[in-house]
Design a protein around this ligand. Sequence first.
Ligand SMILES: Nc1ncnc2c1ncn2[C@@H]1O[C@H](COP(=O)(O)OP(=O)(O)O)[C@@H](O)[C@H]1O
Ligand SMILES: *[C@@H]1O[C@H](CO)[C@@H](O)[C@H](O)[C@H]1NC(C)=O
Ligand SMILES: *[C@@H]1O[C@H](CO)[C@@H](O)[C@H](O)[C@H]1NC(C)=O
Ligand SMILES: *[C@@H]1O[C@H](CO)[C@@H](O)[C@H](O)[C@H]1NC(C)=O
Ligand SMILES: *[C@@H]1O[C@H](CO)[C@@H](O)[C@H](O)[C@H]1NC(C)=O
Ligand SMILES: *[C@@H]1O[C@H](CO)[C@@H](O)[C@H](O)[C@H]1NC(C)=O
Length: 699
Amino acid sequence: MRCLLTSKHLMIFLQRAQTSFDFTRGKMLFFLHLLMVVSLGPNLAASAGDSQFSYSGFAGSNLTVDGTATITSDGLLQLTNGTAYLKGHAFHPAPLLLRNSTNGTVQSFSVTFIFGIVSVYPDFSAHGMTFFIAPGKEFAGALPAKYLGLTNVQNNGNASNHLFAVELDTIQSVEFKDINNNHVGIDINGLHSMQSYNAGYYDDKSGEFQNLKLISRQAMQVWVDYSGEKKQISVTLAPLRITRPVRPLLSTIYDLSTVLTDQVYLGFSSATGRVNSRHCILGWSFGLNSPAPAIDIAKLPKLPRAGPKPRSKVLDIVLPIVSATFVLCLGSIVVLLVRRRFRYAELREDWEVGFGPHRFSYKDLYRATDGFKDKHLLGEGGFGRVYKGVLRTSMLEVAVKRVSHESRQGMKEFVAEIASIGRIRHRNLVQLLGYCRRKGELLLVYDYMPNGSLDKYLHNNNDADTSKLSWAQRLHIIKGVASGLLYLHERWEQVVVHRDVKASNVLLDRDMNGQLGDFGLARLYDHGAASQTTHVVGTMGYLSPELMRTGKASPLTDVFAFGIFLLELTCGQKPIKENVDGGGHVVLVDWVLQHWRNGSLMETVDARLHGEYSVQEAGLVLKLGLLCSHPFAGARPGMGQVMRYLDGVTPLPDELMAPTDLSFHVLEMMQNIEFNMSTISYADLLTSFGTISDLSGGR
Ligand SMILES: Nc1ncnc2c1ncn2[C@@H]1O[C@H](COP(=O)(O)OP(=O)(O)O)[C@@H](O)[C@H]1O
Ligand SMILES: *[C@@H]1O[C@H](CO)[C@@H](O)[C@H](O)[C@H]1NC(C)=O
Ligand SMILES: *[C@@H]1O[C@H](CO)[C@@H](O)[C@H](O)[C@H]1NC(C)=O
Ligand SMILES: *[C@@H]1O[C@H](CO)[C@@H](O)[C@H](O)[C@H]1NC(C)=O
Ligand SMILES: *[C@@H]1O[C@H](CO)[C@@H](O)[C@H](O)[C@H]1NC(C)=O
Ligand SMILES: *[C@@H]1O[C@H](CO)[C@@H](O)[C@H](O)[C@H]1NC(C)=O
């Protein structure tokens, strides 16, 4: 609705801007004309001994006008001004004596004038105009419309009117026996023409009659001649600039001596009816006993355009500017709104209402991260980019993870889980503060961890970073992560499987406490996956055999990954790394097992510790790492048990204290697996571990 209104306003403004432009042009022409008039002096040479006068335009003239008649600033005599049911008159100011005072007859005279009828509608106009000779200037009693401002109901046709007129009638009035709505007529004392004919002229060459349309908005010229000798009245009409046709349009014998008074006034009358038209005279001349002087066509004013009336000049200038500004403002606002709409667009659905407190608005996140600028990028992980941000309202430092997620499938369940996970609070779990959903994208808001992720300290070949991580710190981080994982598995109201335990998912807070991040995220990609699907979520090297085989995650698959993490942190090496000599890969578990069997377990401890560690503690962590990453899920301890081993509450099982037969047996089998990244096949793994499982089943 609001939109509709504005577009309508816009259209009106555009229309106005258009018409005001037209007017500006008209005004300019007028000023040009005025300049000409001023430089040439008054363009009238009227009343040469009262026997002739001539007006080429009426600027500065002394015409007597009444009613709607005005002389416009550019010299146009406008008899009607575009208002309906009104009349107007204009007179040559001085009376004339057409009669010979000796014998009382009207002498020959000749009148010519140029007129134009500008009607609002191209095919309809009202009512018409006349040139007349009358005894006086008083026409107050005359009626508009069909009376053309000349007579009224009472006096029409009365001989006491002493009126002679030539009518240019554009309405057919049955009452006056008009022939049509486009005719010229000779009127004596009233509007019932004594002779009339279609507007037009006889072509000099062909002699054919050419029709003219009085309301064509074109200027036309009329000649009215009276011969005192022949008592002949003739009226000729022609388009402007055509030389006067020889054959008149109307010609009749009538002695005007019986009509006119001694002293007469020459003038024009016009009237509008229902339709508002403008009847204009551009030039006029008269000659007594002589032809009417020629009218200087070059000096004539222009006919007005068929359009609205002129406005003040200020408005002409201001309005286009104002409307242009308005359009510009409107445009910018629309652009801004649309941009804002797209920039901050997010997805919200009914089912999310319950998760209200966990929902962030995209606008807040956008502002917190300065529009996700690259300088706020913390890192890019498997799920998407992570940005640092500061929430404007709380000044809380957050990490915003943008996860692209095309399908809506599973989103509802996932968000529900996020909402529930959001309630998990543990000092070793990165706090999930909330989320925001957009089209194809999910934004997760976490507590900001100033010291970044653990893998940066382990695997960046930057000694400054590595040296920060003492053995005590490593053990502290291990215990922290273990307690976080234990909380997820056993202490929280429901069992939460992390699915992606690894060094790069362990973040370090200000005090170098290890905090496990990203929990539950893997579920987004796992959701709806049937058990037989081969799509495995997690990270290569941390995947337990049974997870690779079945794709089903469980707390024990987390324990497997945790075991690898223990080895990774103690040895300072990646779970699978390229062999330095080239050729193949070194699998960390195998390597540690090998050393253990050879009795050189301590040689696997990170050399960057420079021997500054407790042999007992490092041995415990390494052995626990092996136990946790045991290929048989059943042989792995639960996280509760892991905690007890770490705290020294329970000693490690005997077979791990020394490489026993069974351990060797397991090691042997693991060595048999060709764990070569380039050639590894799922089928290989399946059969190999299948054998192990069978064995374990028989145990
Ligand atoms: N809460 C956080 N605080 C500080 N930095 C973080 C946070 N979460 C992630 N990061 C940074 O963003 C990087 C990418 O994170 P993430 O997407 O979790 O990696 P991955 O998918 O590899 O686990 C991390 O290496 C870490 O540097
Ligand atoms: C206009 O009329 C006045 C008196 O009515 C006269 O003095 C003046 O000369 C006239 N001007 C023209 C241009 O006819
Ligand atoms: C036309 O003239 C009449 C009378 O002088 C006036 O009331 C009316 O407002 C005028 N109309 C226009 C459009 O100027
Ligand atoms: C008027 O008529 C008389 C005689 O008919 C003639 O002599 C005289 O010149 C005429 N006057 C004019 C002004 O034409
Ligand atoms: C009156 O005078 C005019 C000349 O001015 C002449 O042509 C005409 O015939 C005269 N009429 C009469 C009735 O004398
Ligand atoms: C004509 O007008 C005169 C004067 O106004 C009046 O006395 C007379 O009755 C009118 N004649 C007719 C036929 O109306």
